[in-house]
Each structure stands twice: as C-alpha cells, then as structure tokens.
Design a protein around this ligand. Structure first.
Ligand code: 2RA
Length: 332
C-alpha cells in the first residue's frame, strides 16, 4: 500500500517548506498534516488534493510510516513517544535528539550510510551546520580540517514565522517591538542565538562543533563559532577559516568545489562574483566563494571562504526530505 507520511508542525515555516519539497519532488504518498489545536482546520493543497490540518494527539501516528518533525524541542519530546508507539520512523528537525548516540545525524551528501543505523529516529542537523558542512565536505576529505573558525550571519527565518514577521514589520515601522528577538532586528545585528553558558558561548555556537564531530565521525575536530542574527529573510551566510593537516591549495579547492554535491561555486571576486543571500534564497544549493589562503597563517595550512544557503530549504526542510527519499530507497 502507499506510504503514509505525516508532517508534525505543518503550519510553521519549516513544516510548510517540507510540504512544498514533497510536492516538488513528487513523493508518492498519502500525506497527513498535524499541528496545534490553534492551527487545526487550516487546509493546504498537496498533489491536487485539499489536506486539512489535524490537531496533533497521542493517537495521531496510528498507521503513519514516516513522520517529518518540524516542531520545537519541547513539543517534539512530547509527541516522539507517541510516534514510536506506532512504529513510525521520525526524521526530526529539532535539536532534541541530535547528539543521542542511538540517533543518526545526517546530511545525505556527507554521511548517507548512517541512515540505516536508525532505531526509529533520524535527526536533521542545525541549519548553520548543514550549510557549513555542505560547503566544506570535499575540502575536509582532501585536506583534513582539524580546526574551524566560523562567524555566522543568520537569517530571521531561523526564528520561524515570528522572526520573519518582526523584520517585515520593523523595516516599515522600526518602533514595532520584536517578538522573536531580545532587541529590534531591522537595521541591527544581534550577537546572540540561544542562551549563553558560563563561558559566554551560546547554545547555537556549540552546535557546530558538536554536530560536525558526529556527522564527520571526527571526535577531535575543533570549532570556535560566533553566531549572529542579521536582518536577512531566509538565507544564512557564514565566513569560515579552516586549519588543515595538509597544506591547502586554492586551485585544487576550487576544482573540488566545482564538482561537490549540493554546492555552487561562485568565486570571481575581480568581477564581484561571490555568494549572497539574495541569490541563495528559495533554492537548495549552498553557494561557496571568496576562497583565499589565510595570509595570517605562514604554514599555508589555512584558507578562508564565504558561503550562503537557504535556511528553510537546505538548512532544514530539503535536507529532511532528502533523508526521507534515501530511507524509502533503502526500504525498496
Ligand atoms: C536559528 N539555527 O537560526 C537556529 C534554529 N533554526 O535560530
């Protein structure tokens, strides 16, 4: 019988993008949409049919094969046991289970082999991790990165529909207060995403090191990261310095990125060609450019690059749907 797929959190920014990705990729399935009681009753079209959002309840996952999770951590932890009770496989976009040793953390271009190790849950990495590692993966395979220094410029969509509304409202009227951020975001930058620990490092900043070590199976990787919220709608940008075991060669790096899966090399600074959020939004590739040797490292083992990617698509929904497609292929 046809596969039955559910989206939990179907009316949020990521849930809506998951619906669009399933449509675009013509995934042959029955689809169920779940959300809070406030959103129940809304209808969306899918493959020419109207689908009405149902309230997410304990018995929602009966006869569901695969769940795409698009809810925040606390909500996800509430319904995850309900999905497991009905033996639905969950591909979860929240950060709740990403570091659980029994849960594969997967970017299909990098570690697809980890998918079949799942025991009911597969975790989608954080958006900033996905965008950085898609850009870096071929360089890591060639030069072996042992340290990364990263500054991120993260779009308001990372904070969901509320974050997008804040920016859209404030560009018209800066006096309208933020609902998703501690300060106004229009014409501003906020160097905080997530709570700070006792050393002044934010939750978001720890994700890059912790998740990259798991995805690359590289427990010694060192990362320092500064995560900043910027007044951009839906693409995250990242400035990345990598320090490698081998001396880096920029021509070789360009050649690798030209053919890297999920990457578009946009690197011609003399002609002002480089990655920008306006170019990466609403598509699934990670744009990489501004490749250059690090002039501050005389050993020649370091290089710098700049990358951009759509946070709602490749940073969340598309990556999750790619995992779903791989899961279905493995099962056939
Ligand atoms: C953010 N990466 O950008 C986090 C969650 N999407 O807010």
């Amino acid at each position: 019988s046809k596969l039955t797929i559910a989206i939990a959190g179907a009316t949020g920014a990521v849930g809506q993008q998951m619906l669009q990705c399933l449509e675009e990729r013509k995934i042959d399935c029955e689809l169920r949409l779940f959300a809070s009681y406030r959103s129940a009753g809304k209808a969306f079209s899918f493959q020419g049919k109207e689908i009405v959002v149902e309230e997410l309840k304990e018995e929602s996952f009966e006869n569901i094969d695969i769940v795409l999770g698009a809810t925040e951590n606390d909500i996800t932890k509430k319904w995850m046991p309900w999905a497991q009770k009905h033996h639905a496989v969950v591909i979860d976009n929240s950060s709740a289970y990403r570091l659980d040793p029994n849960v594969p953390l997967v970017i299909p271009e990098i570690n697809p082999e980890d998918i079949q190790k799942h025991q009911g849950i597969i975790a989608n990495p954080n958006c900033a991790t996905i965008i950085a590692l898609v850009a870096l993966n071929q360089l890591h395979q060639e030069f072996h990165i042992h340290r990364m220094i990263v500054s991120t410029y993260q779009a308001v969509s990372g904070a969901g529909v509320k974050g997008v509304k804040d920016l859209e409202n404030q560009v018209k009227d800066p006096s309208i207060p933020s609902t998703a951020f501690p300060y106004p975001i229009a014409f501003n930058l906020i160097p905080q995403i997530g709570d700070f620990d006792e050393n002044g490092i934010s939750k978001e900043e720890w994700k890059l090191q912790n998740e990259s070590r798991k995805i690359w199976h590289d427990p010694n990787l060192l990362v320092n990261c500064t995560c900043v919220r910027v007044p951009i709608l839906r693409s995250h940008s990242e400035s990345i310095t990598i320090e490698c075991d081998q001396p880096v060669n920029i021509d070789k790096a360009r050649e690798l990125l030209e053919s890297a899966e999920g990457v578009k090399l946009v690197d011609d600074p003399q002609n002002q060609q480089y990655p920008m959020p306006l170019d990466t939004s609403d598509q699934d590739l990670v744009f990489v450019g501004r490749l250059r040797k690090d002039p501050s490292d005389p050993t020649g083992h370091s290089m710098i690059l700049f990358c951009c990617g759509d946070q709602i698509r490749k940073g969340a929904a598309t990556n999750a749907v790619q995992i779903l497609q791989a899961l279905i292929q493995n099962q056939n």
